[in-house]
Design a protein around this ligand. Sequence first.
Ligand code: SF4
Length: 86
Amino acid sequence: MTLLANPNLTKASPLEERIASTHRGMAYWAGTGPGGTTCGECSHFKLKRGLPEGYCMLRLPGAKKARTDADAFPAATASCRHFKAS
Ligand code: SF4
């Protein structure tokens, strides 16, 4: 079964938008950092060589230590509340 998405039918709630913009590997919800800043500008972010994506290196208590390619996300992602200017 295929679901048809029509943006005119319903408007996503702020929570749905936040969930959709947050990537696996982030330390917290995207868009909760200082306005207009991105993960690429954060001192916790490490770019993958030659790519516009990378990893969040901030590890919170209880977080897993092993990092996989699935944890990489775009540097242009809106920052989270743990943002620290580099
Ligand atoms: S803003 Fe910084 S601490 Fe937050 S997810 Fe992005 S790189 Fe990680």
